[in-house]
Each structure stands twice: as structure tokens, then as C-alpha cells.
Design a protein around this ligand. Sequence first.
Ligand code: AMP
Ligand code: MG
Length: 418
Amino acid sequence: MEYFSLTDAQRCILQHSSRAGIEKVGLTQALGRVLAEQVRSNRDHPPYDVSAMDGYALRVADLHIIPATLAVVEDIKAGDIPTMAVLPGQCARIMTGAPIPKGADTVIRVEDTQAPDFDKVKDADTVQVNQLAVKGTDIRSRGENLRNGAVVFDAGVEITPGVLGILAMVKHAQVAVYRRPRVAILSSGDELEGLDEPFDPNKIPDANSYTLLAQVQALGIEPVLLGIARDDPIELSQYLMRGLEFDVLLISGGTSVGVYDFVRPTIEALGIHMHFWRVAIRPGHPLAFGTTPDNLVFCLPGNPVSSMVCFEQFVAPALRNMMGHRRVYRRTISARLAHAVKHRPGRTELIRVVLSRDASGYLATATGSQGSGVLMSMAHADGLLFVPSDSNGLAAGDEAEVQLLDGTVFQEHSGASS
Ligand code: AMP
Ligand code: MG
């Protein structure tokens, strides 16, 4: 029960991280949240058939001989209501977004008439059409975008800028979304020096509070830093109790089996139900997960790299699941290794890599020393390359999956060819 594989641990965590509840937010604050309600359109959009072009609304039957000369009976701008029907031999000058007048069934672009410069024909009462068309060309039909009463989104949809635009179109100014979990972060260790404490050359600066803070912030949640608990069961217990006021408590350090690693006994004394204490991954195997009816508790390794790697594999999916996301894991891509990687079967290994691209795809190169205390390897990383637990090592050129870290959805080149 204690030594879980990476995927077993992830499954167990997801089972226990249920939605954090529902709240209403204003539309302007809704970006990145997940809809917790079904939304329907309150209108037809467009509300009537409109022109997709600046041109002439006419009857296609009048184009049996080309060029055709038609009488211009009206000038219709977006926002106007047409007052005339278009009869045989007639047309209306029409702008993009303006309603199609009765009788007309087709729009001919101004470029396909005798005067490409629209202004010159402004006062003309006839127009010469030089182009045949099929009926319905360049007409956007009523309700083509949105149908009154139709479901536009179901619960579970992530609010991207495009989704937000549709919500604005259907006048959904207050949006029900899944609540963000409240997250607390605690560091533990006698050797640690806080960011605001005086510089002491013999101490270890607390990095984990800040890497975890940033990792939580990157998911759209503002966490609370509880500070540093010393390696003392009573002090640790007080901090943990404060941490249990939050939905999710992240503790780093003190979870191994060292004599001064008090997290395990202290947590057990508080009655937190622990699901596992170790995961077969490297870096990061002293990773523990527990629950109470109201909390998730993650005990992360003290080593800064391990803590960050474990956050991405275990904590981020839990937090995204609680916020209603269906896509809870970071995106992976396939990449070729630029060099060999040694590995003994047993644990899944996550190598910090930078990615470059050539004609045959992505190339992954390790970011220098892979020691679990070498945070620089994480600072430079574009992604984490998975070495499967049963691997006997990978050769240069082998394909592997790479989990993309923050920022790697952006690239230097636009990707367009013209
Ligand atoms: P522990 O898990 O407490 O045995 O710590 C493992 C290693 O991680 C030790 O070298 C600690 O000094 C280091 N460490 C623990 N917590 C932190 C932290 N918050 N920031 C930086 N290093 C840490
Ligand atoms: Mg420690």
C-alpha cells in the first residue's frame, strides 16, 4: 500500500480531489475559470440575414446575362432597417453586417461591379455587375452564429478568451464557475532561512516556499505562505493545524525517514488519513498524500527540484481537478534525446530538459547536473522528460515523452509559412 507507482499515485490523488464548490464571478474576472452551469443563447445572432461584404444585394435571377445593369433603390448600412423591397432589375447598395432587404437573395462584392472604388458610385442610381454568383453568396443567415435558446456551453468548459466573447454575446454577465481551492504552503527544517530573515552564511535559504508559491500562482490560485516550521513536533503540529484551515496544505521537507523528520509522526497524530508515503519516481520519492473530510495534504520532498517535480505530477492535477478542469495534466510532446541517458529499472525518472526544434521535430537536451538539490536544472528547463520505470537507459536519438513546463506553449517563431 505504501510504495505507489507514479500513475497509481496520480489516480489515487484524483479520486480524492473533488470539485471545490461553485461561485458566481463577473464576466471580466472569469478568464481561465471553468463553467459550472449550462449556458444558452438569449438571441439569434445575427438577428436577421445580413451581408458578409460591402457590395450590392440583388436577385441572382437578374444575372442571367453578364454584365447586368441594375437600378440601385436604396443604401443600407449596418444598423439600418431596409425600407424597400428589391424587385426584378433592382438592387440595394449594402454594407457588411447590414440586413438583406426583402426580394434580394445574393450579395455581389463591390470588387465585382464596374467601379471598384465604392465612393465613386455613391450617388449613382445604377450599377453594372460583372460577376455571376450562386444564390445565397455572401449572406450570413439569421442565427448562423447563435440560435435563440440553444445551448452554447455545458458545465466543464474552460473560459478562454473565445468562450468569454460568446458569454458576452449572450449577455451572461455573471458566471457560475468552480471555486478555486484555498492553498497553504509550509516549509520545514531547522536549517532554513526565511526570505525576510537576516543573512546567515551557515543557513539554507528557503526556496520551496517560493517555487511552490509560483507554481500555485501559475494555476491561477493565490496561496498563503505559512512560513517555516522548525524540526520540533510541537511547533510542527501548531503549523499543521493552521494549515488544515485551508482546502489544500503543501508541506515541504521533513518527510523522509531521518531522525529529525517529524512530519510523518506529527501528521499521523493529527488523524490525517494517509493514502501513501512514497512514490517510485526520481527525483521525489518521499512524496506522501493524505486527506481529512475537508482537506488534501501533500508532503513534498525537501530537495527543491524534487518538490517542484512532485508539484507538477501530483499537486497541479489535484488543484486543476478541484477547479473543474477536464485537462488536469500538463501537455506532453514527443522529443528525440540529444544524448544517452543512464537508467536502472525501478523508478520513473524525470529529466529536466531544454527543447529545440529541427526538421524532424523536437530535440531534448538535459539541463546539466540532475542532482535533486540543483534547482538551476529546473530554472533552465523547458520540460521534464519521462524515462519509464522499466527502462535500461535511453540512447541518443531515442524518442521520449516530455512534459512541458510553464511558458513552453510559446515559441520564438510564429510557425506560419507565409
Ligand atoms: P528533508 O526532506 O527535510 O530531509 O530535506 C532534504 C533537503 O532539502 C535538505 O538538504 C534540506 O536542506 C533541503 N530543503 C528542505 N526544505 C527546503 C526548502 N524549503 N528550501 C530549500 N531547501 C530545502
Ligand atoms: Mg529537513
